[in-house]
Design a binder for this molecule. Structure first.
Ligand SMILES: CC(=O)N[C@H](C=O)[C@@H](O)[C@H](O)[C@H](O)CO
Ligand SMILES: CC(=O)C(=O)O
Length: 308
């Protein structure tokens, strides 16, 4: 039984994008404005510095600045999860200690990356981070980018610790998600990664999700979640299918985050371009972004009208 209150981690958590100014530096004001926009959308929380947040492309100092901006703006209203994953355990520990100091509600991390590491290395990496703070810890399982296959036995070992409250699963197997839930037990959170499968994940045991496309269409994911909660499965499926058409379109641009950032810019939230090697939207694609944004806005109004 975990002693932490887990309610703030259930439901919809946006994997937040990073905010840069015109010269590519962290833009604190833009980060605050974006966090405020999300707080007003009705979601539960923000995941800062993860894949969508480009944490891996930033220095430790920049990551701290981004987190401070978000916690400073909405830390009293939303659950803030700081992603502290880095190739070097030392950097992750430094980021975790900082996250606790500034008031984040949890830390989360991928396995150590770059080297192909055996499970004992990953375990030692995670343990050092867990031991460095009193914050709850959420494992980030994303084997398609890290190359690390988290076994049920390591997951069970980690989940037995009081501070390890959950796992975010970006692997596409919903069977694996169910197995992790079974291994972690009732009080262990399993958070859906693939946005295209939010409803499938929830149906097979996920407690909520953290997603990289929620940030351009939180209303649509809130609608799926609320239909699911009410047992309106056909309606939930209808919205998941709508969302999936939008995701296919978002993924047709040179980078997902470039497309999301271009959409937010049209809404008055200029978060700059993604950092290289992530590509921005090309000038010639801007009309397609414009049309996609209009489509999302009209669906979001519909979803809201139907009651989030
Ligand atoms: C592989 C990856 O980055 N997955 C993200 C997080 O789990 C998702 O949120 C995707 O960005 C999203 O499902 C679009 O494919
Ligand atoms: C999707 C997610 O959790 C991330 O972008 O880190």
């Amino acid at each position: 039984m975990k002693s932490y209150n887990l309610d703030g981690f259930r439901g919809i958590t946006i994997a937040m994008y990073s905010c840069y100014d015109a010269s590519g530096e962290i833009d604190v004001e833009a980060a605050r404005r974006l966090a405020r926009y999300y707080a007003e959308s009705g979601v539960k929380g923000l995941y800062v510095g993860g894949s969508s947040g480009e944490g891996m492309l930033q220095s430790v100092t920049e990551r701290k600045r981004m987190l401070e901006a978000v916690v400073g703006e909405v830390g009293d209203e939303l659950t803030i999860i700081a992603h502290v994953g880095a190739p070097a355990t030392r950097d992750s520990v430094e980021l975790a200690i900082h996250a606790e100091k500034v008031g984040a509600h949890a830390v989360s991390t991928v396995p150590a990356i770059y080297y192909r590491l055996p499970a004992p290395s990953v375990e030692a990496h995670w343990q050092a981070i867990i031991d460095s703070t009193d914050l709850p810890f959420i494992i980030y399982h994303i084997p398609q980018t890290t190359g690390f296959q988290l076994s049920v036995s390591l997951l069970s070992k980690m989940a037995a610790q009081e501070k390890v409250i959950g796992v975010k699963i970006s692997a596409e197997s919903t069977f694996e998600l169910q197995q992790f839930k079974a291994a972690g037990g009732k009080d262990f959170l399993v958070l859906n990664g693939p946005d295209e499968q939010y409803l499938a994940g929830r149906s097979i045991g996920a407690d909520g999700g953290i997603g990289g496309t929620y940030g351009v269409m939180p209303e649509l994911f809130l609608r799926i979640e609320s239909c699911f909660e009410q047992g309106l499965l056909a309606e939930a499926q209808k919205w998941q299918f709508i969302v999936n058409e939008l995701i296919v379109e978002l993924l047709s641009f040179p980078s997902l985050y470039g497309a999301c950032k271009a959409i937010l810019k049209l809404r008055g939230y200029d978060t700059g371009e993604p950092r290289l090697p992530l590509l921005p939207v090309a000038e010639s694609d801007l009309s397609r972004i414009h049309a996609l944004n209009e489509r999302i806005l009209s669906l979001a109004a519909q979803a809201k009208g139907a009651g989030l």
